[in-house]
Design a binder for this molecule. Structure first.
Ligand code: SAH
Ligand code: SF4
Length: 343
């Protein structure tokens, strides 16, 4: 079930001729408890026929947790989907809050050579229900208090635009899971028409992250094939047009790979790309995927590149990936049980 409260209330009105009392009770119980929680509510025990109709109409397939691994505080969850495929969700507890990294596709068709998910190709899109279900499973199944949601798991959110947007509408519904838009981050490899559609939605609170990884055309096209379709100048123009609420900045992710994108010249290119954008750069040390042709940077490489950016007045933050050892950090996800995996 991935409807906003307003959508659900309309269904209750049109299909069952019931008002807000039943819809609100259902909605609250569904997201606060298990998917069957609502059946025990007086609003439904008093009308068994209504309960029966709702149960028959309800399209909800709960995710089954196949595996749970923990390392350095990060928790990787593998969920089985109804068709036997599986996806991964990462829970990252921080000092004061917990972040959940959600997957939006099984695999990804963007083909970035450094990324584990990219090696799988796209197996299928996730439905809004399957995305919302990941957060629901963490909040209700694991009983964790989640503050932030990032779409940085498997898949490219803007390649599954309508479903991701519906999932965000539901996640941020105050009557349900209630994750404020300003606590939701959508990360894209740079699908320019998707950024433009997002701009047209006019949600300045929603945080937009873009994976830059290189700010020179040839190198970026090698690392991220999407750059051949939407080059750096059209990406920059799309980012410049994205509406930002007060205090909100664009997040630009830069995965640092040893000897690939970690030189002074690269820092110059990054600074030039960011010039004129209201952005913060997140520097992420590369976690080599299985059989990766790329290497992780050393501590010295990281420090040197970070300093090079600071000298060029780039607002930069170093993001360590928790759980790197178990390949659980966002951006390293790939599920061995999906059979069409290439390597
Ligand atoms: N498809 C979206 C979101 C998922 S990838 C995107 O590309 O933005 C999330 C982030 O993880 C991206 O910034 C990506 O560049 C990064 N990433 C991918 N593989 C990684 C790896 N092996 N080590 C570190 N970061 C990685
Ligand atoms: Fe897909 Fe993002 Fe991985 Fe590229 S980095 S293959 S867009 S998940």
């Amino acid at each position: 079930m991935a409807l906003t409260y307003a959508e659900l209330a309309m269904v209750f009105r049109q299909r069952y001729d019931r008002g807000g009392y039943h819809a609100a009770a259902f909605y609250r119980a569904f997201f606060a408890g298990g998917p069957d929680h609502w059946k025990a509510l007086p609003a439904f025990t008093a009308s068994p026929r209504l309960a029966q109709s709702v149960a028959a109409d309800l399209r909800h397939r709960p995710l089954t947790c196949l595996r749970r691994e923990e390392q350095e505080g990060a928790i990787k969850l593998v969920f089985a989907l109804a068709d036997g495929m599986s996806v991964e969700t990462v829970v990252i507890p921080m000092a004061h809050h917990t972040t959940v990294c959600i997957s939006c596709q099984v695999g990804c068709r963007m083909g970035c050579g450094f990324c584990e998910t990219g090696q799988m190709g796209l197996l299928r899109h996730l439905t809004p229900d399957e995305m919302v279900g990941q957060l629901h499973a963490v909040k209700v199944g694991l009983g964790m208090d989640v503050r932030n949601v990032v779409f940085m798991g498997m898949g490219e959110p803007l390649d599954n635009f309508d479903n991701v947007i519906q999932a965000i509408r539901v996640l941020s519904d105050q009557r349900g899971l209630n994750v404020a838009l300003r606590r939701i981050t959508l990360s894209t490899a740079g699908v320019v028409p998707g950024i433009q559609r997002l701009t047209a939605l006019g949600w300045p609170q929603l945080k937009l992250a873009v994976s830059l990884n290189a700010a020179e055309e040839t190198l970026r096209s090698t690392l991220m094939p999407i750059n051949r379709r939407y080059g750096l100048s059209s990406l920059k123009a799309a980012l410049a047009g994205y509406p930002l609420a007060r205090g909100n900045v664009l997040l630009v992710e830069y995965v640092l790979m040893r000897g690939i994108n970690d030189q002074e010249a690269h820092a110059d290119q990054v600074a030039a790309f960011l010039d004129g954008l209201s952005a913060r750069l997140n520097l992420i040390p590369y976690n080599p995927r299985y059989r990766s042709p790329y290497q992780a940077p050393t501590e010295t490489d990281i420090h040197r590149f970070q300093q090079a950016l600071i000298h060029r007045n780039v607002f930069v933050r170093l993001r360590s990936s928790k759980g790197a050892g178990m390949r659980a950090a966002c951006g390293q996800l790939g599920v061995a049980c999906n059979s069409r995996r290439r390597d």
